[in-house]
Design a protein. Structure first.
Length: 68
């Protein structure tokens, strides 16, 4: 049986915010605790790291484990 040729579209999350390292340094504990966005930390428009809530990270881990 022939498989359908599916085109994979990237998932665009509106809660992702691209910020510089300076913005990361300016965040305090209370701001990090209340973080509701995923931040892509970048320097000179080069992505360096991703900052997200711990709960979101753990949910991603659970989803990965469920697919193994």
């Amino acid at each position: 049986m022939a498989k359908a040729n599916l085109v994979s579209l990237p998932y665009v999350d509106p809660s992702v915010q691209h910020v510089g390292v300076t913005k990361l340094r300016a965040l305090n504990v209370a701001q990090l605790r209340d973080l509701d966005k995923t931040m892509v930390i970048q320097d000179n428009d080069k992505p360096l790291a991703v900052l997200l809530r711990y709960e979101h990270f753990m949910a991603m881990q659970e989803k990965i484990r469920a697919t193994e």
